[in-house]
Design a binder for this molecule. Structure first.
Ligand code: F6P
Length: 318
C-alpha cells in the first residue's frame, strides 16, 4: 500500500513489489487508500500484469490517504481482521514517517510483519540518503526556479520562492544551490532576518540586478514567505519583490530515472525481507547500497542536512 503524501516513484515501487512477489510465486494484494483502505477492506489482487506501464507515472495507482481512524485501536483491530480474512501475512508500506509510525504501532499491537519503503519528496527519513520522489521533486522545483529566474532578471526583481518541506530543508537547500539562489532559508538553520537583508544588499552592491531567495515551507524565521517579502520590500525599496509558492506541483510528474531505479531496488529488497521472515525494517539506500534500518529508528533518528552544502551555497553567492 501507499500512504501519506504521494511521491513520484511510488508506482515504480508498487510495480517492483508486485513483480518480485510474482517472481517468488507469492500472492500479492494491493490495498487502496493506505490504512483507510485497510480498515475498509478495499483490496485488489495484483499480478505481474496489473502493473504494466506504470513505472513512468506520477502519483499512485493504489491512491493514498492519511487515516485518522487508524490512529485508534479499534481502527487498527478492524484493519488486522481484514488482513487475516484475506490471508495476508505481511505488509509493505510505501510512505513517510507518519505511515511508518502507523506500521510500528500496528506491528506492536498485532505482531504483524511490516516492511517500510521510504516514499516522500521531503527526504526527511533517517537511514536512507534518498527517499522515493525526492530526486524528481528536486528537478521539478529547480526547473520552476530556473523559469522564475528568467522573469526575475527581465524585470530586475527579487523573488521569494517557497518550496515544500514541512520539517526539512533538503529540497530548499539543493534546489537553491542547483538554481543559483542568492539566499536559502531552511528549518535547520535560522539565518536571521538581518543577515538575509545584509546579504541581499551585498549582492545588489556587487552588481546583481535580480535575486532569488528559496524558502523552505517549514522555515523557522517566524515569518511566512509573504511576510518575509514585505519585510525586504520595506527595507530595500529599490527592489520590486514578488512571491511564488510552488506547492503541490512539486509532488507530481513522471519520476526521474534515479527514482525509478531506486524504487525497483527497494521493492525487491522489501519483498525478499518479508519472505525471509523479517519485520519492522525499512529498506533504504546507504552509500548507494540497499540496506535496512530498524523501522522505529527510521522515524526517530535525526537525518542531518549537509552543512558543507550550506557553505558551498554561501561561497556561490559571492
Ligand atoms: O510530506 C510531504 C509534503 O508534501 C510536505 O512537503 C508538505 O508539507 C505536505 O506533504 C503537504 O501535505 P498535504 O498534501 O496534505 O497538504
Amino acid at each position: 500500500m501507499t500512504s501519506g503524501g504521494d511521491a513520484p516513484g511510488m508506482n515504480a515501487a508498487i510495480r517492483s513489489v508486485v513483480r518480485t512477489c510474482a517472481y517468488y510465486s507469492t500472492e500479492c494484494v494491493g490495498i487502496y487508500r493506505g490504512y483507510q483502505g485497510m480498515i475498509e477492506g478495499d483490496f485488489v489482487t495484483m499480478t505481474a500484469r496489473s502493473v504494466n506501464n506504470i513505472i513512468q507515472k506520477g502519483g499512485t495507482i493504489l491512491k493514498s490517504a492519511r487515516s485518522k481512524e487508524f490512529m485508534t485501536a479499534e481502527g487498527r483491530k478492524k484493519a488486522c481482521d481484514n488482513l487475516k480474512e484475506h490471508d495476508i501475512d505481511g505488509l509493505v508500506v510505501i510512505g513517510g514517517d507518519g505511515s511508518f509510525t502507523g506500521g510500528v504501532v500496528f506491528n506492536k499491537e498485532h505482531n504483524f510483519p511490516v516492511i517500510g519503503i521510504p516514499g516522500t519528496i521531503d527526504n526527511d527519513i533517517f537511514g536512507t540518503s534518498h527517499t522515493l520522489g525526492y530526486d524528481t521533486a528536486l528537478n521539478t522545483a529547480m526547473d520552476a526556479i530556473d523559469k522564475i529566474r528568467d522573469t526575475a532578471s527581465s524585470h530586475n526583481r527579487l523573488f521569494f520562492v517557497e518550496v515544500m518541506g514541512r520539517d526539512a530543508g533538503f529540497i530548499a537547500l539543493n534546489t537553491g544551490v542547483g538554481a543559483g539562489a542568492e539566499e536559502i532559508l531552511i528549518p535547520e538553520e535560522d539565518l536571521g532576518l538581518d543577515r538575509m537583508l545584509e546579504s541581499l544588499k551585498k549582492s545588489r552592491r556587487s552588481g546583481k540586478s535580480s535575486s532569488i531567495v528559496v524558502v523552505a515551507e517549514g522555515d523557522k524565521s517566524g515569518r511566512n514567505v509573504y511576510q518575509l517579502a514585505e519585510y525586504v520590500e520595506e527595507n530595500m525599496p529599490e527592489y520590486e519583490v514578488r512571491v511564488s509558492v510552488l506547492g503541490h506541483m512539486q509532488r507530481g510528474g513522471s519520476p526521474t530515472c534515479f527514482d525509478r531505479v531506486l524504487a525497483s531496488r527497494l521493492g525487491v529488497k522489501a519483498v525478499e525481507l518479508l519472505i525471509d521472515g523479517k519485520s519492522n525494517l525499512m529498506v533504504g539506500l546507504k552509500n548507494d547500497k540497499v540496506s535496512t534500518t530498524d523501522l522505529e529508528k527510521a522515524i526517530k533518528g535525526q537525518c542531518e542536512i549537509d552543512m558543507e552544502l550550506l557553505r558551498v551555497s554561501d561561497i556561490m553567492t559571492t
